[in-house]
Write a protein of this length. Structure first.
Length: 197
């Protein structure tokens, strides 16, 4: 159960920033015993993979803070973030069940699928809010929102690994915030359409 909560938190974090949770899991698995990955996910601890992830993370951190470029980046990340979410969910779920045989252990595609769906929902919310925020702040909100998203991704990743139950509350809080933003956006659209011209 805790492994699934860890996977849920990490995949939600991947929806905000694909590289933070994957890099964190790889580093922790490489340099400590806190996360033990099964053999099929050993590539996550490879030094070259970690270096590549660090470069991609640096690029993401910069690109996501530039108005308009952030929307292009979000379009590209539509494929990357769900894939990262699936990978970290499957890796940590499998890691939590190394010594047991369970339904999800015997059917690893379930972990991949859940991670992809969770990351995609978070990513879609992020990608739909960002253009509205950019338009409303004339681009000034992009670096602020991006920084908040990066910090949230890091905090959620750490909580998912160290305190999965607390991480679950963070995911629920993120979902609630996303739902409120979505409803606010819909109300603004409706008000714009009904306003007299």
């Amino acid at each position: 159960m805790l492994a699934a909560l860890t996977g849920l938190g990490l995949s939600a974090a991947a929806g905000l920033n694909a590289y933070i949770p994957v890099l964190l899991v790889g580093l922790i698995a490489r340099y400590s015993d806190l996360v033990r990955l099964p053999a099929e996910f050993g590539w996550l601890t490879d030094g070259r993979v970690l270096a590549g992830l660090a470069v991609l993370l640096a690029a993401e951190v910069v690109l996501d803070k530039v108005p308009v470029v952030d929307s292009v980046n979000d379009a590209v990340q539509t494929f990357v973030r769900p894939a990262a979410g699936g990978a970290v969910f499957a890796a940590t779920d499998a890691a939590g069940k190394l010594d047991s045989s369970t339904f999800m252990h015997d059917h690893p595609w379930i972990g991949w699928s859940l991670g992809i769906v969770v990351a995609l929902i978070v990513h879609a919310t992020k990608a739909s809010v960002r253009p509205v925020a950019n338009a409303g702040t004339m681009g000034a909100g992009a670096p602020v929102l991006s920084t908040v998203e990066d910090v949230a991704s890091l905090v959620m990743s750490v909580l998912a690994i160290l305190a999965p139950i607390v991480g679950l509350f963070a995911v629920l809080l993120l979902g609630y915030a996303g739902l409120r933003l979505h409803r606010r956006r819909r109300r603004r659209r409706a008000a714009t359409r009904s306003a007299p011209t």
